[in-house]
Design a protein around this ligand. Structure first.
Ligand code: NAD
Length: 339
């Protein structure tokens, strides 16, 4: 028996959609907004703060990757002091994650304005890091109730982040295809998402300012985020969680470098996913994804080879559901290849 669940979410999408945010804030009945934004989204945040006027009660501009609990505590104190009643996050998954962590602690409604392809804005998932260990929880109350997709906010992503973030999205779609709780709906979402990403990413990399292609890639990332929301992720996401938490690695870059390795590892054991991906990407999906991935390896990110065993041991001790069963040595082989 498989249980399929969707979350209520209002999505405003299209070039210039960010200008609808004040109206969406009004719709939430919020009077004192906490605006969370990374430096990369400063211009959009300044524009929004001006449009909100007195309803922008506080700003926090230091969200950090993997949602460290210390940063959340600092932002929570700022929200408390200002007496905020809603949080708007503009930025990548780090800004969106911080808004979720704040909502979890305060019950504030959230409005998410993603500027990368991470997909967190449509998931009920929050990963938080405390003393180098990233733990993930899932609760429908964590999902932002309003999402604004403005592709104009993605144009500023440099090529490296564009590539890595798009492959992060592709990883959500790929893992949905081989998930133990995949359904006809998630298969459809994942297939369309992977098809769009593989077709559009090269276009965007060739012409980063092309809005129609950026728009398609953002829509693909939305679908991928829904895949993440609606299925249980497997070995790929577990590797990213354990490595990312243990070594403080850049989230999207880590996903991008791992994906070809996990595809090669899992696909021989995931026949239906392999059949779909072969139709989309050609006879060797792992190689097709590797051709799009950055040339980075785990060692380039500063991961010591001596740290791989502990990562593998932690995963083998409590593995996420995965199409391929594996032993410690299998996993060490995968990690060694990615290193
Ligand atoms: P990020 O938010 O950490 O951003 C990476 C860097 O890119 C930052 O320096 C940021 O300022 C910059 N940036 C963001 N958008 C930009 C733009 N449009 N132009 C130029 N620079 C830009 O990275 P991310 O990969 O988007 O998110 C990673 C975080 O999100 C991690 O903490 C991860 O755990 C979380 N995440 C959570 C979920 C979930 O469902 N819970 C899903 C995906 C990611």
């Amino acid at each position: 028996m498989t249980v399929y669940e969707t979350l209520p979410c209002r999505v405003v999408t299209g070039p210039g959609a960010r200008r609808e945010i004040p109206g969406e804030v009004e719709r939430l009945g919020a009077r004192r907004v906490l605006l969370v934004a990374t430096g990369s989204a400063r211009a959009a945040a300044d524009e929004l703060a001006a449009a909100l006027g007195a309803r922008c009660a506080a700003r926090f501009d230091r969200p950090a990757v993997h949602t460290p609990v210390e940063v959340t505590a600092e932002a929570f104190a700022a929200a408390r002091t200002a007496g905020t009643d809603a949080v708007v996050a503009i930025g990548g998954g780090s800004a969106v994650g911080l808004a979720k962590a704040l909502a979890a602690r305060s019950g504030m409604p959230q409005l998410a304005v993603p500027t990368t392809y991470a997909g967190s804005e449509v998931t009920p998932v929050l990963g938080e890091t405390e003393r180098g260990v990233k733990t993930t929880r899932r609760d429908p109350a964590l999902a932002p109730g309003t999402v604004v997709y403005d592709p104009e906010l993605t144009v500023s992503m440099p090529p490296g982040l564009t590539r890595a973030s798009a492959l992060n999205a592709l990883a959500h779609a790929v893992e949905a295809l081989w998930a133990s709780d995949a359904t006809a709906v998630t298969d459809a979402l994942a297939t369309e998402s992977a098809t769009l990403i593989l077709a559009t990413l090269p276009e965007v990399l060739a012409e980063p300012g092309a809005l129609p292609a950026r728009t398609r890639l953002q829509q693909a990332a939305w679908l991928a985020g829904l895949c993440l929301a609606q299925t249980r992720m497997g070995l790929h996401h577990q590797l990213a969680h354990v490595l990312g938490g243990a070594f403080g690695l850049p989230h999207a870059a880590l996903h991008a470098l791992l994906l070809p390795h996990v595809l090669a590892f899992n696909l021989p054991f995931a026949e239906p996913a392999a059949a779909r991906l072969t139709r989309i990407a050609g006879p060797d999906p792992a190689a097709a994804v590797a051709a799009l991935a950055p040339p980075t390896r785990l060692r380039d990110l500063g991961v010591p080879h001596s740290g791989l065993r502990e990562v593998a041991e932690r995963i083998v001790a409590a593995p996420y559901a995965n199409p391929r069963r594996f032993a410690l040595d299998d996993l060490l082989g995968l990690l060694d290849g990615a290193w």
